[in-house]
Design a protein around this ligand. Structure first.
Ligand SMILES: [Zn+2]
Length: 221
């Protein structure tokens, strides 16, 4: 359900099919794609906080943005964390989320959907959602202090009290379903940012020097 376009952005087909919406999941080759557009960004702090964006520029310290403003690109920067885009075709509102393990454990997905509901009367059942490239279970070894925070979303696993691998994309998928987004409305890339050295920046592979990839969504009138 994901494709890579000539501009080096990944796109989720169900979001690309919405004529009023533009979106893209960044790669290391798409750097600067948002330049020249009115873009709302965040000082990302690995929180579970979502804010409403009504203008461009830095909106605040948080890790998700929602808006119904036309021609305003909502962006997040990632390198292993997951970028998530949500679109409500009924009320024409959108959201972008930056979710690493801290955000996921803090339920940033549910909190962002809740803010959409409160602000734009969005119903989760109408949402189209896409989880972009993120670190895969193949590469995401975490300690018990991290793994144990995900017991609720992986009740079938009995190894979360020890050092183990975490499937962040699957956790976020289950959180979307838990928040009442229909499973058939959810796209996932299945791409690992740490494995995909030529395409993606990766904090686990490159450390603090890793670049950041911009993923974003905008409404077009
Ligand atoms: Zn991997």
């Amino acid at each position: 359900m994901f494709r890579k376009d000539p501009d080096h952005l990944y796109r989720a087909e169900p979001l690309a099919a919405l004529p009023w919406l533009e979106h893209g999941f960044g790669t290391r080759l798409s750097e600067g794609w948002h330049a020249g557009r009115r873009t709302a960004l965040l000082t990302q702090v690995h929180s579970a906080l979502a804010l409403v964006a009504e203008r461009d520029g830095l909106i605040g310290e948080a890790d998700a943005l929602i808006s119904n403003q036309p021609c305003l690109l909502l962006g997040v920067r990632t390198a292993d964390c997951a970028p998530i885009i949500l679109a409500d075709p009924v009320h024409r509102s959108v959201a972008v989320i930056h979710a690493g393990w801290r955000g996921a454990a803090g339920e940033i997905v549910a909190r962002t959907i809740q803010l959409l509901e409160e602000t734009y009367r969005t119903q989760a059942a109408h949402l189209t959602a896409a989880i972009g490239p993120t670190i895969g279970e193949c590469c995401y070894e975490v300690g018990p202090e991290v793994a144990s925070r995900f017991e609720r979303w992986f009740p079938e696993r009995d190894d979360l009290d020890q050092r183990t691998r975490l499937d962040l994309e699957e956790a976020l998928y289950r959180q979307l379903v838990e928040a009442a987004v229909p499973p058939q409305h959810i796209s996932r890339s299945g791409l690992c940012t740490r494995c995909g050295e030529e395409e993606f920046y990766s904090y686990r592979r490159q450390g603090k020097a890793a670049g950041r990839m911009v993923s974003g969504v905008a409404i077009w009138p």
